[in-house]
Design a protein around this ligand. Structure first.
Ligand code: NOJ
Length: 563
């Protein structure tokens, strides 16, 4: 684990939708720089930037044409390095998105690869002859619809793409690809970034014989979405192959000398399978996507989160939402109810071992947008008639009241979401103690003062079933979440000497040893003898804050000197 990782809180920035400074309606790096103080004040420690690389944007940046530069629509390399330096100055770490499963079809490697069968970079990608029937080499399908193979007429072979045809998969059987990525990683670490979020980290390696995936007994209709079609197969040959761990073991040798984090987007929901990526010498940490798939059900939340905690412990990161999934507020019911539940759930995540991760707007309790059907930017929607894409999650931030909501002076690339009242905006919430923003800030500030939450203290799950999910950490702290079942407030008898430290709603109370926990709320309670650091004790801040400025060679990064 990097020395600074334990105890941090993360924040995902969807670069396109965060803050636009040049009026083109698309968020940019200078925009993010202006918001760094906001993020530091909020109490997050790590920001993850979605891809900003030169890219044709077929999949909004997850189609990379140059891994070492910045797309002019987002700014310059100098902007990026300045952002990193400024973030470090504020005690924030910066994690960038690395996309090693595929490149853009405009990447010079692929342009060369498709120029002839003998091209230097041909084997950087996965090429196969036609199957026996003259069609694709096997039955694999793309996440984004259609077969995972496209026929390249001039060279008479098929190339593989688990996503769009514009996102050809790299061939991780080729040592030259390994060498390229070692170089890319060390270049970014030299430039001062603190780690990488690894896109589809479970997906790089395929079955060596490219066997068909078994078909499951799931009917499909003409109207089935790409996801439904994808889910018709058991993906035993195209995803989650054991060899992928060797790649991360190798990357650890690159990352560890820089104290940089390898954070995987491992979309593997089975706890013991996910744990394989996070144990030993492979990834340092990985997102637990089950946390954003659970419904508002006590038993499901308890069972799911507990199994992951027991399998992977503090190597987990807990996304509240992401740019690929509905916001927590929307998943849990939408509107004020959804926001109330999202805060309660986040309170709970903050008390688990590992790293809670907000997606931009979660701190404001924002919902997804409601976009007219003729407005679609996401390729899942534009390429599959009738499919719902991810645009509703990616609507621009609402910073302040006004036509551009402080996001842009121009026309935003996507319309704003459904939360457009003053009280939804960041400035509308700042300074109001009852606002979502101020409550999240209070929670994060408090979390830093509670070592039992971040020092690997053991977990116990004192309630076995029902609508209250509770976790105890190290016998010092208790967090309880009441999802409700229509039965009204839950009453929990607590031992003597407890103190209510945080309540996700004002109706939560601890009176005469009884915790009154209304439906859709959570409470964080100190048990007797809990360690609580003093409020303004800077020394007591998380390791991340304390360590980040210490001897950081790239604090003032100079792009001229960047390798
Ligand atoms: C996962 C990313 O989060 C998603 O946005 C992207 O479309 C796919 N990987 C493909 O890179």
């Amino acid at each position: 684990m990097p020395s600074w990782w334990s105890g941090v809180v993360g924040y995902e920035i969807y670069v396109r939708s965060f803050a636009d400074t040049d009026g083109d309606g698309v968020g940019d790096l200078p925009g993010i720089r202006t918001k760094l103080p906001y993020l530091a004040d909020l109490g997050v420690d790590v920001i993850w930037l979605t891809p900003f690389y030169p890219s044709p944007q077929a999949d909004h940046g997850y189609d990379v044409a140059d891994y070492l530069d910045v797309d002019p629509r987002f700014g310059t390399l100098e902007d990026l390095l300045g952002l990193v330096a400024e973030a470090h100055g504020l005690g924030l770490r910066v994690v960038i998105d690395l996309v090693p499963n595929h490149t853009s079809d405009r990447h010079p490697w692929f342009l060369d690869a498709r120029s002839s069968r003998d091209a230097e970079h041909r084997d950087y990608y996965v090429w196969k002859d036609s199957g026996p029937d003259g069609g694709p080499p096997n039955n694999w399908v793309s996440h984004f619809g259609g077969p995972a193979w496209t026929y390249d007429e001039p060279t008479g072979q098929w190339y593989m793409h688990l996503f769009l045809p514009e996102q050809p998969d790299l061939n991780w059987d080729n040592p030259a690809v390994h060498e390229e990525f070692r170089r890319i990683l060390s270049t970014w670490f030299e430039r001062g970034v603190d780690g990488v979020r690894i896109d589809v980290a479970h997906s790089l390696v395929e079955d060596p014989s490219f066997r068909d995936n078994p078909l499951l007994d799931v009917p499909i209709e003409d109207t089935s979405s790409p996801q439904e079609i994808f889910d018709r197969f058991s993906h035993i040959h195209d995803l989650d192959q054991p060899g992928v761990l060797d790649i991360y073991r190798d990357w650890r040798r690159v990352a560890d000398p820089y104290d940089a984090v390898l954070l995987g987007e491992v979309f593997v929901l089975q706890p013991t399978k996910l744990a394989r990526y996070l144990q030993g010498d492979a990834l340092h940490a990985g997102f637990c996507f089950s946390a954003l798939k659970v419904t508002w059900d006590g038993d499901e939340i308890r069972h799911t989160l507990r199994a992951h905690v027991e399998a992977s412990g503090d190597a987990l990161t807990w996304p509240l939402s992401s740019h690929d999934d509905p916001h927590a507020a929307t998943r849990f019911g939408g509107g004020d109810l959804g926001a109330r539940r999202a805060l309660a759930y986040f309170t709970f995540l903050c008390a688990l071992p590992g790293v809670p991760f907000l997606f931009q707007g979660d701190e404001l309790g924002l919902d997804d947008g409601e976009l007219a059907s003729d407005i679609a930017e996401d390729p899942i929607a534009t390429r599959n008639p009738g499919a719902t894409g991810r645009d509703a999650v990616r609507t621009p931030m609402v910073w302040e009241p006004g036509p551009g909501f402080g996001f842009t002076t121009g026309t935003p690339w996507l319309p704003f979401g459904r939360n457009r009242e003053d009280r939804h905006t960041a400035t509308g919430q700042l300074g109001d103690p009852s606002s979502h923003l101020e409550q999240v800030r209070r929670l994060l500030t408090l979390r830093r003062r509670l070592p039992a939450l971040t020092d690997g203290s053991p977990t116990a799950w004192p309630i076995e079933d029902g609508p209250v999910v509770a976790v105890e950490r190290g016998g010092e702290l208790l967090v309880a979440l009441h999802v409700g079942d229509g039965g009204g407030s839950a009453e929990l008898e607590l031992p003597d000497g407890c103190e209510l430290l945080f309540a996700s709603a004002p109706q939560v109370a601890l009176l005469d040893g009884t915790l009154h926990l209304p439906e859709d709320t959570a409470a964080l309670v100190a048990l007797e003898d809990a360690r609580i650091l003093p409020e303004d004790d800077d020394e007591g801040l998380t390791a991340a804050r304390a360590a980040v400025d210490a001897a950081d060679p790239m604090l003032v990064a100079d792009p001229e000197e960047a390798p």
